[in-house]
Structures are given as structure tokens and as C-alpha cells.
Design a binder for this molecule. Structure first.
Ligand code: HSE
Length: 428
């Protein structure tokens, strides 16, 4: 039987990992597919000493790979959204299946690319773009296909999770741990993508689309990163019984879809709070299976290659188009439900204020909260005799607009110094 001819575009960590995995497990993969998966061509700016390219045609023009009539499946592993977009469009237009690890590309251009793939009768697969080695796309599209999903929440950026874990464990500052994360090679080229939540927003946009059958709405996602979190917030959260995690949360309710990425207080006893270091986890609430949780490495050569190769195997097993619409819903049944603005959501809140030690200050704070119908669930005051003392407050569930208005009034008080920190709380 003919081999399946694979063209690889990009030979960085992931590209080299895929070449290695296909070579190392060639026999095992052949037992599963009945076919030999053969890398026939690699397009890359430079070779990568981490993999053996003997017998493979190596070219410097990646477009030569998508225009190569011998290539059946193109792997887009270059990242970015400019050249990658043109590359994938050309590959699909040429009738080639495409497997990508590029979440930014799918989150921003996926709807048009899926339509192009459908019209060309080929597959566009992207498991590796979300949570690395965790087969979360497969779990949602296939394993949970009989369910109505109501909420999905995930720790989907390993760099942010590593930083938060270290800050809490060693009482260190954000800036200090970020330097270590960069030295360890966890943060991507631009750390902003990781620490300001953009990478997680790309991934959540895709997960929401798969979970609810809605178009990809990266333009409408609320995104907040971890750069303002302090070790003091970690300590207060712990005293209240919580850990601070950076979560992507999407829900489907009567009013529409919530789509938000932000630091979140999670009860210490919940499994999500135990996900530490660079690991990822995605929790799914669904009506029949109930709550399920998927845990694993969110990045790295091996885990990402695992997902890329699984996508290739899916394509091969189904002899071309796998018959499952790319986002798991029949295209005509995709629903453009409203994406709720963050101001239309509500949640319990954690607040931290630095206040001057003056009589009546607590009364003024609680009076402002009361005027906005915000009930205090618990309060911790530290070092009350110091000139400047921190106060941490947990509120009950309140509309976002109420807390925004209350925060403005609290910050206007003479006794409140600087801005008020606030973090949303999520219950599972
Ligand atoms: N930079 C990402 C992370 C990995 O830290 O999770 C690739 O998506």
C-alpha cells in the first residue's frame, strides 16, 4: 500500500518533535492505520540538529511544500498569522489536508479556513493548538458529542500557571518569577502573549466554538492577564480558602455566551486548584457526563507532536475527509449567539485595599458596598495599627457593573491609597 506523504512546514521545537515521533513510532502507527506515514519534504529556514532528516527533501521555501503534488498532508508548524494564513489557504486550495498547531491562526481566521477546507473536501485539524498533549478537541467533539455542554473552564496557559504556582509556593513577585520562566524557555517569544492572557484567549475562543457550536469570536473575548497579581493576593486568597489560577471560562446561558479569560479564585479543595507548574487542565460541565476534567502537558515537543500525529492518523483512518465538521457541528447549524460583554456577567469578588489607619474607615467602605447592594461574605484586616494596612474582602455574587461603580467610589476615598485589586471567584 502507498505511504501517506507528509510535508512539514517549520522545523522548530514542534516540527522536529513531529519528525522524531513519526520516525520513532513508525511501526506502531502502521499497526494502527495500515499505512506508512512518510515525511517526504520539510520546508524550513534552517535545519534542526534535534532530528534526523536523512532521506527527506529539505527546502528553504515553505510554499514549495504546499505546491508539491506528491504531498498529501501539510503540517503548518511555523506559527504567526500572516505567512501561516497564506500557506494554509494555498495548501487547502491545492486539495491537501492540513494539520496545524497554530491557535492564533484558527482563532482569528478559522471560520473562513474551515469553509475553504469544506469546499475543497479536505480536513483542517488543530488539536495541537490547544492544551498541547491533552486531546481536548477530540474529547469535546467526539467523547462528549451526545451532551449539551454548559460550561468549560481551563488552565490553558502553562507559563501563567507556572508563574502563579511559583509566586504562591515561594512568596515571590510576578516580575521575579517571569524572569525565571523566560530563562527556562516556557514563555513564548513575546511574554505578553502568555502573561496578558492573549494565548489563553486564542485557545478559549476555539474551545467555546467547539463546545457550543458558535462562530469563532476572538474579537469579542474579555482578556485579562496575571501581571497585576501580587504575592499578598496569594496569601489573602489562601486565608479565604482559595488559590489564584488564570482561567479561561466560557458558558452558554439563556442570554448568550460568556467568553472570558482572567485570574480567578478557585477553592483550594477543587482539582483545578491542584494543577501546578506548566501543566494544563480543562474542565467541562455537560448534562449527561456531568463534570469531566482533562489534565496534561500544555506545551513541549513531545506533547504537541502527540496531538499533531493523532490528527494525521485521524485523517488517514478516514481516508481523507473524516466526515466530522471541523468544529464538530454541521456548518449550517452553527449559531451566532450573542457574546456577553464582561459588564453583563456577575460573580463573587475578592477585593484588596490599602487603607490609612483612621477611625470609621471600615464603616465607609462597607457603606459604599452596601449602597451598591454588595454583601460582604468575609473580611480580613492585617496590621491594623500600621499607618497603611491591607484589607481583603470576599463579596457575594454581584453584577459586574455594581462592582465597577463601587470600586470607583472606594478608590475616591481619602483613606484608600492606590487602586483596589479585585479578582473574580468561580465555583465548580
Ligand atoms: N506558551 C504556551 C503556554 C504554550 O505557556 O502554555 C503554547 O501554547
Amino acid at each position: 500500500m502507498d505511504s501517506v506523504k507528509i510535508g512539514v512546514c517549520g522545523l522548530g521545537t514542534v516540527g522536529a518533535g513531529v519528525v522524531n515521533l513519526l520516525q520513532r513510532n513508525a511501526g506502531e502507527i502502521q499497526r494502527k492505520t495500515g499505512r506508512h506515514l512518510e515525511v517526504v519534504q520539510v520546508g524550513c529556514r534552517r535545519d534542526n540538529a534535534d532530528c534526523d532528516l536523512a532521506g527527506i527533501d529539505v527546502v528553504r521555501d515553505i510554499f514549495a511544500v504546499v505546491n508539491n503534488p506528491a504531498v498529501d498532508v501539510v503540517l503548518e508548524l511555523i506559527g504567526g498569522t500572516d505567512t501561516a494564513l497564506a500557506l494554509v489557504q494555498q495548501a487547502l486550495g491545492n486539495g491537501k489536508h492540513v494539520v496545524t498547531a497554530n491557535k492564533a491562526l484558527i482563532a482569528q481566521h478559522g471560520d473562513a479556513l474551515f469553509a475553504l477546507a469544506a469546499s475543497a473536501g479536505v480536513s483542517l485539524k488543530f488539536e495541537a493548538g490547544i492544551a498541547g498533549g491533552i486531546p481536548i478537541v477530540k474529547a469535546i467533539r467526539e467523547g462528549l458529542a451526545g451532551n449539551t455542554i454548559t460550561r468549560l473552564a481551563g488552565i490553558i496557559n502553562g507559563t501563567s500557571n507556572f508563574i502563579l504556582t511559583e509566586m504562591e509556593a515561594a512568596n515571590r513577585s510576578f516580575a521575579d518569577v517571569l524572569v525565571e520562566a523566560q530563562a527556562l524557555g516556557y514563555a513564548e517569544a513575546d511574554p505578553t502573549f502568555d502573561v496578558e492572557g492573549i494565548d489563553a484567549a486564542h485557545k478559549l475562543t476555539i474551545l467555546s466554538s467547539i463546545a457550543f457550536g458558535v462562530p469563532l469570536r476572538f474579537d469579542a473575548i474579555y482578556t485579562e492577564g496575571i501581571s497585576k497579581i501580587t504575592a499578598e493576593d496569594m496569601r489573602f486568597a489562601s486565608e479565604f480558602g482559595y488559590r489564584i489560577k488564570h482561567l479561561g471560562i466560557t458558558t452558554k446561558g439563556k442570554r448568550g455566551i460568556e467568553l472570558r479569560v482572567h485570574p480567578t479564585l478557585v477553592e483550594k479543595s477543587h482539582l483545578l486548584a491542584q494543577v501546578n507548574g506548566v501543566m494544563n487542565a480543562v474542565l467541562v460541565d455537560s448534562d449527561a457526563a456531568g463534570q469531566t476534567l482533562y489534565y496534561g502537558a500544555g506545551a513541549g515537543a513531545g506533547p504537541t507532536a502527540s496531538s499533531v500525529v493523532a490528527d494525521i492518523i485521524d485523517i488517514v483512518r478516514n481516508q481523507g475527509s473524516d466526515g466530522i465538521p471541523n468544529l464538530g457541528f454541521v456548518p449550517a447549524a452553527m449559531q451566532a449567539l450573542p457574546i456577553l460583554g464582561i459588564h453583563e456577567t456577575q460573580s463573587c469578588q475578592y477585593l484588596r485595599l490599602s487603607v490609612l489607619d483612621r477611625p470609621g474607615v471600615l464603616a465607609r467602605i462597607s457603606s459604599i458596598l452596601g449602597q451598591h447592594n454588595i454583601s460582604i461574605e468575609s473580611l480580613i484586616q492585617k496590621d491594623a495599627r500600621k499607618a497603611l494596612a491591607p484589607i481583603a474582602i470576599m463579596t457575594d455574587e454581584i453584577p459586574e457593573q455594581a462592582i465597577i461603580a463601587a470600586l470607583a467610589e472606594l478608590e475616591a476615598l481619602d483613606e484608600v491609597i492606590g487602586s483596589v485589586s479585585r479578582i473574580r471567584v468561580e465555583s465548580f
